[in-house]
Ligand binder design. Structure first.
Ligand code: SDX
Length: 393
């Protein structure tokens, strides 16, 4: 097409779509799902309720929520053949790679979820993935720990059942812990959507070719894996553990983070949109205090994190660049307290983000958005003639 093409690296100044799902204001640190504040939802709602809200646009009444959960429970089996794919991975495999592969493999066992175009067909695919994805998440943890896979229990709540599949010890009665389930539920709500972030943009662009929901989600999981995005929650804990090993020398890591020749960044800090505190980080920081306090856990890593935050908030380099803690800075400390291994942190982010990815994919498909296909500015060689191999210098 004619006219100037302007390049916008990382789409820092490009809007990809109009959306009615999530509103965030980076200056004021505001985050709302379908108009409801994240503070209220984290405090008063359940994760499954928030999933319904994000996907269908309204908070469900009791009957709608009960039917939604019933429809999900009806789809909670994962084909036994899928275990062959899980078994094929070495124990050392990163859970995010296993999860994106298993999510893509689900397509082969759920053909009805591929070419969905009507709202009814979409609903079928949505409840199927909301039912099966948590099973795959639990599988990645059981594999990592060398534990037998555990089947869900339809009598439990949605998040409670996920916790059971992840943590029920073989030949022991599963005892659910209200405090743990509430902490997990809150964390998942806080991760549920975040407008056009890297992984959501990936889900939208793959979905825009009508590749189907599961294929789009598998691509989104891969995008989330990166340490600059969801992978940061794992990188934060690795950084805090390195600082602890270094005798708590936060100054050394602050210097590294500011050194242009050093690729190291202060993980869990900074954000493309938030130029103030990430509202989720505030809630998670308080939740970390509450959960560790209630569980009687005195984790030195939490103190190191707080010390690092304090230093960074007073450091000119960070102040000038408006770098604040983001959603990933404290979340790992709670996951650790809940017994979730560091390598599984980004899988927990994916579990939380699942409803947001689904909501954004559904909105994109219902609006019949065109296939995503940006242009470029060519800066390569001009036209030139082929030279036979024997004639090349
Ligand atoms: C998530 O987009 C979303 O909404 C994502 C997310 C979601 O819910 O989906 O919120 C989840 O991904 C949170 C972010 C997790 N990532 C990290 O914590 C990794 C560390 N953070 C950075 O890599 C960075 O802040 C990003 C990736 C989050 C944002 O990068 P930008 O917007 O491209 O900013 P930039 O790289 O252009 O940085 C601007 C300046 C640069 O310095 P100058 O070149 O201007 O001198 O700030 C510096 C950067 O070097 N900087 C940092 C820094 N982050 C930015 N310096 C040290 N440590 C950091 N963490």
């Amino acid at each position: 097409s004619s006219g100037m093409i302007t390049i916008d690296p990382g789409f820092k100044n490009t809007g990809s779509c109009e959306s009615a799902i999530t509103f965030l204001d980076g200056e004021k640190g505001i985050l709302r799902y379908r108009g409801y504040s994240i503070e209220e939802l984290a405090e008063k709602a359940e994760f499954l309720e928030v999933a319904y809200l994000l996907i269908f646009g309204e908070l469900p009444n009791q009957e709608q929520l009960a039917n939604f959960h019933k429809d999900i429970k009806a789809e909670s089996h994962v084909d036994e053949e899928m275990k062959k794919i899980l078994d094929g991975f070495p124990k050392s495999a990163h859970p995010m790679g296993v999860l994106s592969s298993l999510t893509s493999a689900l397509i082969a066992f759920n053909p009805a979820s591929v070419n969905v175009s009507s709202e009814k067909e979409m609903y079928g695919a949505i409840v199927r993935i909301l039912a099966k994805f948590p099973v795959l998440v639990a599988w990645t943890l059981r594999k990592k720990k060398g534990l037998p896979l555990d089947y869900g229990d339809d009598n439990l709540g949605y998040v409670e059942n996920i916790h059971k599949m992840m943590f029920k010890k073989p030949n022991q009665e599963y005892k659910s812990n209200k405090l743990v389930i509430e902490a997990l539920d809150k964390l998942l709500i806080l991760h549920a959507d975040h407008e056009q972030n890297c992984s959501t943009s990936t889900v939208r662009i793959v979905g825009s070719s009508h590749a189907g929901l599961f294929a789009s989600l598998s691509a989104g999981i891969s995008a989330l894996w990166g340490p600059l995005h969801g992978g940061a929650n794992q990188a934060v804990l690795e950084m805090l553990e390195a600082i602890e090993k270094d005798g708590g020398d936060t100054k050394k890591y602050m210097a590294k983070a500011k050194d242009k020749n050093d690729p190291f960044r202060l993980m869990g800090f900074g954000h493309r949109v938030y130029k103030n505190f990430d509202p989720r980080a505030k809630i998670i920081k308080k939740a970390a205090d509450d959960v560790l306090g209630d569980m009687g856990i005195d984790d030195p890593i939490l103190e190191i994190a707080k010390g690092l935050e304090k230093e960074a908030l007073e450091d000119q380099y960070f102040v000038d660049r408006k770098l604040y803690p983001n959603v990933d800075f404290y979340s790992g400390i709670i996951y650790r307290a809940l017994g979730i291994p560091t390598e599984m942190f980004t899988v927990m982010f994916a579990l939380g983000r699942l409803p947001g990815w689904i909501a954004q994919w559904r909105e994109m498909r219902l609006k019949n958005e065109p296939i995503g296909r940006p242009r470029q500015v060519y800066i390569g060689e001009n036209a030139r003639a082929f030279v036979a191999v024997e004639k090349r210098k």
